[in-house]
Design a protein around this ligand. Structure first.
Ligand code: ADP
Ligand code: ZN
Length: 521
């Protein structure tokens, strides 16, 4: 293996492999299919670039992002490696010239977008390559795009399995930074990997501190304070919509923070400019929508703040993972408001496909569970990716640093459950809360629910607080919710035990986050 290390030095200038790289490369060089699940920054690109370089023939790299293709090819060429890309940005003259170079075997690595790859013309071109020069390897980057259960499904990726059938003897490898177990299985099946070597790296990022704050009217002040305490270190703030990005950027600038916006509503030029200003430290804060930011590679981001709720935990892991790439301490702070879910519901309801709707709701539910969770955040995040965190306490998240205080809420829980029971388990959370709080609505009067003994018995507790209790009951499995269409609360065995006074209910108290001590982990 002496050789390989020399070649690593020669082509890429590195002395050693990063963890996992060598193992996967060796397997691929031996002709075996492979699957690598490694966090962003772990060095996945080098795996297929280096393998492709050493294998005889041409390696096809399938990558969904045209901007990243250009970037990678530029860097490879700068290292003297014969790489090129073919995509819709090329003139036909330029494309033909590149295709000629490929056919003549003057290129080792060819980057191509999946939609082009599966056109008849390109497939015939691949046949020619196979015949004259030989295909060395099919490398599928961002392989989670294959799965409808992932966060970035691309229908074209679904078709990539066809390639495998067409070239059964060409080894294939899939790489991704995000995949739950379900997505992982989907990738292996869809891409028809054959007895692949599987490498799964740890997703733990010990230098990242995780915290969730309740979002409320004063959150903007809190955010401002956070930014000021960070003293101009680079920070990314994520918002849900372009509009909220623009508003927040304006507000921050008015308050003396050097911030720039980043979203799809800006021209490509503006986006590049703003990104460059951020990368070169001309501004300290970049306010971005979730859809964008894919290309931002800045190692010293000291905090990633989600000012709105993310759509999925996978997305959250990815986005928050842009903090602390330099392995120095950095913060990941999520401002959570259960009400944000309502905004999502609007988007979810517009999806036509029922499976899509279900998937989106489940993904949001995972975010809610994470945010309202009372255990270690790191453990919860890693568990989502099927990874178990060793030990009791990570010591670097809000819940571990400052454990929650629990309150006995048995009486309130009994009131709530009894109201669910008396309305025959046919309603959702909001309606039950209306009855408990004695709301004077037409629906309640029409159904005669103002005559129930539970009507108005919960006036002393705010609607928000009832909601928190209900969600805690659901989370602790003390109450169930049917999910066919409209969510309806259902009593289960444990709910009955509470009603019969055989079980007590403890719920984490809403605590004011400490202003200072949570900031420096
Ligand atoms: P990923 O695709 O997994 O997100 P990249 O391939 O972009 O990661 O690599 C992340 C960084 O690590 C890049 O800057 C790359 O140049 C660097 N890198 C890759 N392999 C090595 C290595 N063996 N030694 C040092 N740095 C490496
Ligand atoms: Zn923890």
């Amino acid at each position: 293996m002496q050789d390989v290390e020399q070649q690593l030095k020669q082509y890429f200038g590195y002395d050693t492999f990063l963890p996992g790289q060598r193992e996967v490369i060796e397997q691929v060089l031996s002709g075996r299919d492979a699957f690598a699940l490694m966090p962003t920054g772990a060095g996945k690109s080098l795996i297929y670039q280096f393998s492709g370089l050493l294998l005889p023939g041409i390696t096809i790299v399938i990558s969904p992002l045209i901007a990243l293709m250009q970037d990678q090819v530029d860097r490879l060429q700068a290292n003297g490696i014969a790489a090129t890309f073919i995509n819709s940005s090329l003139s036909s003259g330029e494309r033909q010239q590149r295709e000629r170079a490929i056919r003549e075997g003057r290129v080792k690595l060819v980057y191509v977008a999946p939609e082009r790859l599966l056109t008849q013309t390109f497939l015939s071109f691949l046949d020619e390559i196979q015949e004259y020069v030989g295909l060395a390897l099919l490398a599928i980057d961002e392989a989670h795009c294959v799965s409808e259960w992932g966060h970035d499904f691309r229908p074209e990726y679904r078709q990539l399995g066809r390639l495998r059938v067409r070239y059964p003897h060409v080894p294939a490898m899939a790489l991704t930074a995000t995949a739950t177990e379900r997505v992982r299985d989907d990738i292996l099946a869809q891409l028809r990997l054959n007895d692949p070597y599987i490498h799964v790296a740890s997703f733990n990022r010990p230098n990242l501190y995780y915290e969730v704050r309740q979002k409320h009217q004063g959150s903007y002040r809190e955010l401002l304070q956070l930014l000021r305490e960070q003293n101009d270190s680079p920070i990314i703030i994520y918002c849900q919509s372009r509009k909220s990005v623009d508003t927040l950027t304006d507000d921050l600038c008015r308050d003396g923070i050097r911030a720039l916006p980043y979203h799809a509503g800006l021209s490509a030029e503006e986006r590049t400019q703003n990104q460059d200003s951020f990368i070169h430290d001309n501004v300290s804060v970049l306010v971005a929508t979730i859809a964008f930011g894919m290309g931002i590679a800045k190692p010293d981001v000291r905090a990633v703040i989600h000012y709105d709720m993310p759509k999925s935990l996978e997305g959250y892991y990815q986005e928050s993972g842009r903090a602390g790439r330099d392995s120095q301490p950095a913060q990941c702070i999520l401002f959570f408001q259960y009400g944000d879910r309502v905004k999502f519901e609007f988007i979810v309801a517009q999806k036509e496909d029922a499976t899509e709707q279900l998937k989106a709701r489940q993904q949001i539910q995972h975010v809610v569970n994470y945010s309202e969770g009372i255990g270690c955040r790191r453990r919860a995040l890693l568990a989502y990716f099927g990874e178990t965190l060793e030990g009791e306490n990570c010591g670097n998240c809000d819940n571990c640093i400052r454990p929650m205080i629990f309150e006995d809420r048995t009486i309130d829980a009994q009131k709530f459950l009894s109201c669910v029971s008396r309305t025959n388990q046919r309603f959702g959370m909001k309606y039950i809360i209306d009855i408990l709080r004695g709301a004077n609505t037409q629906k309640i009067r029409q159904l005669g629910h103002d005559q129930l003994t539970t009507y108005g018995i919960g006036k002393d507790v705010s609607a928000e607080e009832w909601g928190r209790l209900c969600r805690a009951l659901l989370q602790q499995g003390l109450l169930s919710e049917s999910q066919d269409g409209y969510p309806v609360l259902k009593l289960n065995r444990l709910s009955m035990e509470i009603l019969r006074r055989q079980r007590e209910v403890e719920v984490a108290a809403p605590i004011e986050r400490p202003k200072q001590d949570s900031l420096s982990p």
